[in-house]
Design a binder for this molecule. Sequence first.
Ligand code: SAH
Ligand code: SF4
Length: 380
Amino acid sequence: MSLSGDERVNLMGMTVSQLEDFFVQMGEKKYRAVQVVKWIHQRGVSSIEEMTDISRSLRDKLAGIAVINAPEVTYQKDSKDGTRKWIMKMPGGSSVETVFIPEEGRGTLCVSSQIGCSLDCSFCSTGKQGFNRDLTAVEIIGQVWLAVKSFDQPGQKRERRVTNVVMMGMGEPLLNFDNVIAAMNLMMEDNAYGLSKRRVTLSTSGVVPAIEQMHGVTDACLALSLHAPNDELRNQLVPINRKYGIEKTLQACKAYLDQLADKRVATIEYTLIDGINDELQHAQELVQVLRQIPCKINLIPFNPFPNSGYRRPSNNRIHRFRETLQQAGYNVTVRKTRGDDIDAACGQLVGRVQDLTKRNQRFIDAVQLGVSAAERAHTR
Ligand code: SAH
Ligand code: SF4
């Protein structure tokens, strides 16, 4: 069996069970799947030829029908604080961003799930760029593959730098359900990246039916981008709220936690925007509304950009908001801005590169119309 280049299947995005089916269909043994997954994701090889514990004849057969292709890195830069950022160009020409944030005892990789986003949150630049397309499973796990590989030292054993993954880059992961689930499956697969289910987090703006669909399909952690304590305000900031409302959304998150085998809390993300959702009264309302769900709260000071129409609150206001929640007993973190010198805030760099190359006229038009929105600070 031999196919021309474009028709060959890319093994990088396939889960163990998908590869098992693939090998069985080829008339081969199932256990080849684990061998191949280990070669690709644990050893970082991108050529079938290098898989030396697979017989020559099978390697030749495989090479005729399969490839191992990662996305193309067009930009990689390190910040003084150790943050590393990539722009990866995907087939079709559009780019996505991936950011690595090292911290005491862990390294978090922020991964994108779509090119653009259709949900149009009022403070998010990805949303303002519109929706281009879903990333494939290869393009999602490929971000992890490339990031992990970028830390390899020639001749030395792999050092485990990426310990956590958050699906908080560009896009709404639950609107690209199957590909995101397959990629997260590989992140948590022992024979691939072996990350603990407590260290892989899916962040959603609240696609309620898809949260329900997660039951039994994944056991990753869940983060909800809430950003407002009542429907009136959330309807303005996060338009998908008009469809489901806060109550239903929180209940869907709680139901997800309840069916997990272990006890877990949701992360509630709350982007603080000056004068919009950062008043004392909002914090007090939030204290009440979150009583119904076990959670911790991650406050994200709004990351400004030209023409967003929003501002980051003062440190005093951030402090006051945090104190109110803490005094009510909540575990609260405030995300620190990191990687400023390399535009690590997700969305910034792609916007700039695309501005320069005039590749994304739609984005430029949006900026010129003054409707462009925010960038995300990738930090925690
Ligand atoms: N679509 C998903 C995941 C990607 S966004 C979601 O919305 O959850 C990751 C986080 O960054 C979300 O909480 C999002 O609301 C937040 N964010 C977006 N733009 C921001 C900005 N300009 N400043 C601060 N946080 C922002
Ligand atoms: Fe999409 Fe998330 Fe941005 Fe909203 S915040 S537009 S859901 S990427």
